[in-house]
Design a protein around this ligand. Sequence first.
Ligand SMILES: [Zn+2]
Ligand SMILES: [Zn+2]
Length: 330
Amino acid sequence: MHHDQATAETKSSYLLSLVWWPLLYFGALVGAEFAFASNAPIMWFNAVYAALLGAIFLLERATPHRAEWLEHDGELLNDIGHTLLTKGVAQLAVAATSIVPMAVATVTRTDDHVSQLWPTQWPLIAQVVLALVIAEFGLYWSHRIAHENLFFWRFHALHHSVIRLWVVNTGRFHVVDSLIKMVLSQVPLYLLDAPLQVFLWVGAVTAITGLLTHCNVETRTALFDPVFATPKLHRWHHSKTLKEGNSNYCENVMIWDHVFGTYLNPDKASPDRLGISGRVAPDFVGQILQPFSRKGARQILGQRVESPEESGKSADEKANAPAVGRISEA
Ligand SMILES: [Zn+2]
Ligand SMILES: [Zn+2]
């Protein structure tokens, strides 16, 4: 009897791990469709977003991918702080970047100006797919450079410094990191004259995918992994092991990881250890300021910060000190 119950439970959690991701992903997209067709698109989209957040929060407790990731890491308030700051700055930047080109267009464009570049005659869904692929090119390279270049890594490391993944990590980005990413992904669409509706959709898909990729819910998405940025692929991106973490840079569709050879999808569900070999500051303001000081940057990179006694050591001893942690770990 007990055995049967256990089997039934295993079966139902197996089924849940197969269906919850496509249900929530495509369900949220359908919700966005209704929101954008309504009289209050932003308000209703926020409602869809909140519902998705709530559903993931409950699933994380009902069927976690890793039980130990449910334990508090003391970063909750920092995560929320970074989310609010980057969202606020992003809104201002979007306002500024949409006002400036509109002003320019009003002056320079005559009434008969019709964009030759953007295929406005295509069905909206095809335009959105095209825009996602174009935006992804900027997302891919800004993200890859943030991992491969030490100057940019000091900003991106904050996102990777967590040792567990859950839905609240979604917005944990240094504000500079977010701005670079936003500029590189959106400017090509502006230059190509993509319509506002297309921008809204790219924003919606990115927001929805982002919540899902960081969640700690048991997931089987083998069918979707080659195309979409699924939680499984993103867990490997958060691996502490360099050659695993320097992979799966795409944020929505995996196309550029396939093209540039950085797609990683092992048989295992997730890496053993997450995080970075450097150290980020424990407090919110410290985390914002850390990349801007020499000492802070060295801490982030996992380089030894020289104290006065240490600077007296021989060159040989210094050579044995750990070099850049992120690089030497490979
Ligand atoms: Zn990353
Ligand atoms: Zn992430």
